[in-house]
Design a protein around this ligand. Structure first.
Ligand SMILES: [Zn+2]
Length: 55
């Protein structure tokens, strides 16, 4: 996911966060980037617990 997006509101780079729309988009992108990592962590923990139970 790239931050090099141009804002539809202020025509500036979203990464720069010039307006509220930029900042909202940036936060949404950040959430999308961090969500898969969190899911993997939960999945890994679940698998680890399962392995302990089955042993
Ligand atoms: Zn903007």
């Amino acid at each position: 996911m790239s931050y090099d997006l141009v804002c539809a509101h202020c025509s500036g780079l979203v990464e720069l966060g010039r307006c509220a729309t930029c900042r909202a988009s940036r936060e949404r992108l950040r959430a999308q980037r961090t969500l898969p990592a969190g899911l993997l962590l939960v999945l890994g923990t679940a698998l680890g617990l399962l392995a302990l139970v089955l042993r």
